[in-house]
Design a protein around this ligand. Structure first.
Ligand SMILES: Nc1nc2c(c(=O)[nH]1)N[C@H]1C(S)=C(S)[C@@H](COP(=O)(O)OP(=O)(O)OC[C@H]3O[C@@H](n4cnc5c(N)ncnc54)[C@H](O)[C@@H]3O)O[C@H]1N2
Ligand code: MOO
Length: 634
């Protein structure tokens, strides 16, 4: 196997080295002329000077009369001055040129009409009062904006006022994006196993567009060296920067670095960031060609941390950065010493504390960016960060969104998504951050003050009663409110038609049967263990007892796709995937919340939703629920 060795260059060092190479090779965007009205957000390539003054004549700043200030001197209530039209004044409106010889404007409110042609003035006018003199805004040949400056809406107005209709700007960078891979196919709804839907180019082009570049997406290139080389040559001839996606690591078909090296030069291959390790920084004909790893999260990070920086150097203007915010880490975060690591985080304001919780760290989990509120950079040479430590993050959402977020945790149920959607329909300012840590995890999060509400379904093995005993045991001394949730049908999810003829839990140890379990601390796991304890089956005899999934949906999907024969879960999840279902019991899924939040608008909105008819109707559609009394305080 041909496995090439990658460097592990620190990000800052790699960028500095690469930028110096780009500068040496003369990488720059040309300039072009743009019409001012369409030059918003373009960057000036040279200073812009006013060709005419603004205003270019002395103009009345008010509606009133234009006078000679001298004529009004001495005017008071008792010694008014009387002026005759034509001889002593002219009527002017705001913006009118000042009539010859006049040097002051008196506002119409301060003028007393005697007749059509005669007025009385009872206060002296100061010379040049209420007049916009030539050049008040801009003088001819005065600089409107310097070089390398972003053109704002007001800049456009000032340029036009200064007699400028066209402006020299830097060309917009054309960023070529080449997706590669034999297994990569255009997006469709029914991909075959092994086919990977191509969506990276859509993410990358949207990012490039946000940064003011022009994305140019090329067709998917199969893993063939000559084809990749050909695509690179074409893109380099048509674009200013080229992103070659996937094939960056050192696998059998990873030709990126070889092709860049043959057409130009590879300056860096391998950066100490995670995700994004196998990134390639190269040049072809002096243009940057960046080999971006195939995994979408790696791609987003590499675009954000590297491509954006390279764009900035030629765009000559800083691109959007994210504000920093400090938060408390909710659970321990392990990291590798070798890399700077970027972790997507959820944020929520609970009580006075801003709590940050890490999301899935898989490089393929693009939805982690959809859910993320913030990005946390764990520095290199850090083994991990302890729970409760204060950390600094880059804020991806607005602070207002974070403040308006209901932090919900505990056991997973599709009803959480239903409630979230209804909450947003009713009040678009409301957000829900939900994490699925199981019922016991939910209780612990409430205990630590890290969530507003948790969903739990915990069977007390002694009494057969749900939830109460656990709250009393684990949240002793805390003022906790239990909110009645739903009854839901728990049972075994099995393939349609029950091909194995399963009847119940007693069949789980059957030879050849593949079970998929839920994680420890989840109510469903506790229920299974309770059933096993009361039955005759030993957990060790269940194939797959240790295979853990975090949600009902993910258990159901394993059964639906045939990677497991059976898993325990709720009816609604089985129904979503068209599975058969063997009911075992109706369990009580309730919510718990610290009493102090019960009057907060966030919890009141939530209670309003779970008591609503819409919510009930949606749960009936999902099936397997009884919603009687949902939302009442127990
Ligand atoms: N033996 C090793 N294997 C891998 C290593 C390693 O060090 N040793 N590094 C891993 C890391 S880290 C990364 S990152 C990836 C980088 O892989 P490549 O850049 O070579 O990309 P591919 O293997 O071709 O693709 C990976 C993965 O990315 C997804 N993908 C690719 N293109 C697209 C697209 N256009 N749209 C959506 N998704 C895409 C897809 O899931 C691919 O499977 O290598 C690891 N392996
Ligand atoms: O370095 Mo890879 O980009 O972690 O997934």
């Amino acid at each position: 196997m041909n496995y090439s060795y990658l460097e592990n260059k620190e990000l800052g060092e790699a960028l500095a080295y690469y930028k110096s190479k780009l500068q040496m090779e003369g990488f720059s965007l040309g300039t072009e002329t743009a019409d001012v009205p369409s030059a918003l957000d373009r960057i000036t390539s040279s200073a812009v000077y006013a060709r005419i003054s603004s205003p270019h004549y002395n103009a009345s700043a008010m509606d009133g009369i234009a006078v000679n200030a001298h004529d009004t001197f001495g005017a008071t209530d008792t010694t008014p001055v009387v002026l005759k039209k034509g001889k002593g004044y002219e009527v002017v409106d705001t913006g009118d040129p000042l009539p010859d010889g006049r040097d002051a404007v008196i506002m119409v409110e301060d003028v007393i009409d005697i007749d059509e042609d005669t007025v009385r003035i009872i206060a002296a006018a100061a010379p040049w009062q209420h007049i916009r003199q030539v050049g008040e805004d801009l003088c001819q040949d005065e600089m409107v904006v310097p070089s390398n400056t972003r053109i704002e809406p007001s800049t456009m107005g000032a340029m036009l006022a200064g007699g400028i209709s066209q402006v020299e700007v830097w060309k917009l960078p054309r960023v070529g994006i080449i997706p590669t891979g034999d297994e990569i196919v255009a997006p469709k709804a029914d991909p075959l196993p092994g086919e990977i839907l191509e969506f990276n180019s859509t993410i990358f082009s949207a990012m490039v567009r946000r940064w003011g570049g022009i994305p140019v997406t090329y067709p998917i290139v199969p893993d063939r060296y000559e084809l990749i080389k050909g695509a690179l040559e074409k893109a380099v001839s048509e674009c200013d920067i080229v992103i070659l996606n996937a094939g960056s690591s050192a696998g059998r078909d990873d030709y990126s670095s070889m092709a860049i090296g043959e057409l130009g030069e590879v300056h860096v291959h391998g950066i100490a960031i995670k995700p994004g390790k196998p990134t390639i920084l190269g040049t072809i004909y002096g243009k940057p060609v960046i080999g971006v790893p195939g995994y979408p999260v790696s791609g987003i990070i590499v675009l954000e941390k590297i491509v954006k920086e390279i764009l900035e150097t030629v765009i000559k203007s800083p691109l959007r950065t994210y504000p920093k915010i400090r938060a408390v880490l909710s659970r321990r975060l392990m990291s590798t010493l070798k890399y700077e690591e970027y972790v997507r985080m959820k944020l929520g304001r609970v009580g006075g504390k801003l709590i940050a919780t890490p999301l899935s760290r898989g490089a393929g989990v693009v939805s982690s960016f959809v859910k993320a509120d913030a990005l946390f950079t764990v520095p290199m040479n850090t083994e991990g960060i302890e729970a409760s430590e204060e950390i600094e993050l880059e804020l991806l959402k607005t602070e207002k969104e974070i403040e308006n977020t209901l932090v919900m945790t505990g056991s997973h149920d599709p009803l959480i998504d239903v409630a979230y959607d209804l909450m947003r329909k009713r009040n678009p300012e409301r957000y829900v951050s939900s994490s699925h840590v199981g019922s016991m995890g939910g209780i612990m999060a409430i205990k630590r003050g890290e969530a507003h509400v948790a969903g739990i379904h915990l069977l007390d093995e002694e009494t057969g009663e749900y939830n109460r005993a656990y709250i009393e045991k684990y949240l002793k001394g805390q003022d906790i409110v239990r909110i009645k949730g739903v009854k839901r049908s728990q049972g075994l999810m099995i393939a349609k038609g029950n091909p194995l003829g399963l009847k119940g839990v007693e069949d789980l140890s059957r030879d050849g049967l593949r079970y998929v379990n839920r994680q420890k601390g989840s109510g469903t796991r506790i229920l299974l263990d309770y059933l096993l304890k009361n039955g005759t089956i030993d957990r060790d005899s269940i194939y797959g007892y240790d295979r853990e999934e975090l949600t009902h949906m993910s258990v159901a999907i394993q059964v639906a796709t045939g990677s497991a024969d059976c898993g325990m879960g709720i009816f609604s999840a089985a129904k979503i995937y068209g599975l058969d279902f063997i009911p075992i019991c109706d369990e009580e899924y309730d919510f718990i919340a610290p009493a102090e939040y019960m009057d907060s608008p966030i919890i009141r909105d939530f209670l309003g939703i779970i008591k609503s008819g819409e919510f009930r109707d949606k749960l009936m559609e999902l099936g397997g629920y009884s919603t009687e009394g949902c939302g009442t305080i127990l």
